[in-house]
Design a protein around this ligand. Sequence first.
Ligand code: ATP
Ligand code: MG
Ligand code: MG
Length: 347
Amino acid sequence: GGTIGMLGGGQLGRMMAVAAAQLGYRCIGYAPQGEAVAEQLCDGFFTNAWDDHAALAEFAAQCDVVTWEFENVPVATAQAIPADRVFPHPRALETAQDRLTEKRFIEDLGGRPAAYARVDSAAELAAAVDRLGAPGILKTRRDGYDGKGQWRIMSARDADALRLPDVPLIYEGFVEFEAEFSVILVRGRDGEMRVWDSPRNTHAEGILATSALPAGSVIEAQVAEARRLAEKVASALDYVGVLTLEFFATREGPIFNEMAPRVHNSGHWTIEGAATSQFENHIRAVAGLPLGDTHTVASKVVMTNIVGDDILGAQQCLSLPDTHLHDYGKAEVREGRKMGHVTQLER
Ligand code: ATP
Ligand code: MG
Ligand code: MG
């Protein structure tokens, strides 16, 4: 055993804490604001600002290793933890927090993102739409999640009418994809890598709706290439822990969408659907333990997110065979908020 420090306090941290407890570790959390649903499962919790270096030092002193469950932990916060104690390396945060940096990094490794252009003004947006065409999607370079900070641009007229927010932006050509999938990988401290089967992901209003296996032949034909890219990313970052890359399956092969330097919503099915879950393997990796077997243990798996007030009747699903409810225990139900998920298996 030992003590694992966790930056962030959301549902990913909550599920990580369950896995850590099973392996005999205590968890101590650190996140600035209240309603941290991981807190109830932690042995201690620091509710301090990300830049409170005195609190960070006190937190780090209590932990054998520190990791994160939230991809927007400031890089300086992760760097404030002694370097031999924080996994993955903070450079993973730095790479993934800015969509422009991330896409350039992926291109340097031979990956293919959607066509993109940096946008810092209305004139640059007009030029981007002119060069890349419409439809496209304008995104904030930082801080977006669940489709927040994104605007669909259907025409140059649309672009002209938009009042740009005063933050760095990126315009992406719209990818005519056949399906979406993710590569979920774990890399140990010794560099060993394992991957789970890649699920087919569907989204509703920018939010992940379902992740399902088998993913189907279109995706299965593209997984090998996508995995090679994910493995290059993990090696280049000397990554330790679970890393996720999202892809569009297109007629031209896999197009990189974005990466998450952490456990991922499209990997929640692994709790019941794989020999070792993403959460357990993340803990194993950061704690320096041997990695667990990642194979899928069912012939069919469907993970469905529960968003907003759908959580209210969710327990009804428990009468279905081999169906597993995860309620994140969020006190406040809000529209568009991830409240829990259900995983259904066919063995
Ligand atoms: P997450 O919650 O996964 O971090 P996010 O807010 O970072 O989401 P993206 O992954 O960039 O958002 O986009 C959300 C979804 O919107 C994608 O999974 C895809 O369905 C659609 N989308 C985003 N960019 C494009 C694109 N360039 N072409 C086509 N569809 C896109
Ligand atoms: Mg994202
Ligand atoms: Mg995404």
